[in-house]
Design a protein around this ligand. Structure first.
Ligand code: DX5
Ligand code: ZN
Length: 252
């Protein structure tokens, strides 16, 4: 389980300091939203920002390309230090060559799907990707409310992965906070992008705590997510050690 702070919600006047701050707080990934003012009605930043931030951190740089022509951006972002590049399935027939290009650059391959787009559109690519990004808001801006109707898409992605023995991560992005993250975890998500949910509330130190809890989940020391008591509540984890006595591990 991974939490990826989205730099889009950081103070743009001090991106370097904000990057170091989330790194020191225990984040292992940094989510970088690249918007071209065409695929989405907003413009964010380009490869130069990634190039400047790369030497400051060992975090995994998760580059989300909300761009109509990512073909012209893959080489520059790879050179700048991106570890993963995600393109949108809404680009249609151009998706296959894009996925191959990212792979040929030696980077992890991500595929994103917008809320209105049906899951049948991503099915044919599942064997070629390292990450499936399920947008839980319409792309283009931070601070939007979570779209609950996207939850069944997470469940579908989880079911396909289990039934077909695939290994892609299931990432959710948009309106993710402690409450919506718990709902997504219960339906099968394992990677959580959060912008305003983290940066606005300055909850950096909690990243480390939550990541540690996730790690404990992975080691089976505590249980959480989809297969457990529905009253888990926001990011609620229950310990099953101590002779099965349940204890709440994360205070709100
Ligand atoms: C939106 C971006 C998201 C956004 C998330 O198009 O892809 O990564 O920054 O921001 P919050 O967590 O504020 O919804
Ligand atoms: Zn994003």
């Amino acid at each position: 389980m991974i939490i990826a702070p989205s730099l889009l919600a950081a103070n743009f006047g001090k991106l370097a300091a904000e990057t170091i701050r989330v790194d020191q707080a225990g984040a292992r990934w940094l989510h970088l939203d690249i918007m071209d003012g065409h695929f989405v009605p907003n413009i964010s930043f380009g490869p130069e920002i990634v190039r400047v931030l790369r030497p400051l951190t060992k975090m995994f740089l998760d580059v989300h390309l909300m761009c109509s022509r990512p073909e012209i951006l893959l080489d520059p972002f790879a050179k700048a230090g991106a570890n993963q590049m995600t393109v949108h399935v809404e680009l249609g027939e151009r998706v296959t060559p894009l996925l191959w290009k990212i792979k040929s650059l030696g980077r992890k391959v991500g595929l994103a799907i917008n809320p209105p787009t049906g899951m049948s559109h991503v099915e044919r690519y599942l064997g070629q990707i390292d990450l499936l990004l399920i947008m839980t808001v319409n792309p283009g801006f931070g601070g939007q409310p979570f779209i609950t109707e996207t939850l069944p898409k997470i469940e579908q992605a989880y079911t396909w992965r289990r039934e077909r023995g695939l290994r892609y991560r299931i990432e959710v992005d948009g309106g993710i906070n402690f409450q919506t993250a718990a709902e997504c975890a219960r339906t099968g998500a394992d990677t959580f992008v959060s912008g305003t949910g983290l940066f606005q509330h300055r909850r950096f130190r909690r990243i480390a705590k939550v990541c540690l809890e996730f790690e404990a989940v992975k080691r089976g020391r505590i249980v959480a997510g989809r297969d457990h008591h529905p009253a888990n509540g926001p990011f609620g984890f229950y310990g099953k050690g101590d002779g099965g006595r349940r204890r709440r591990l994360i205070a709100q």
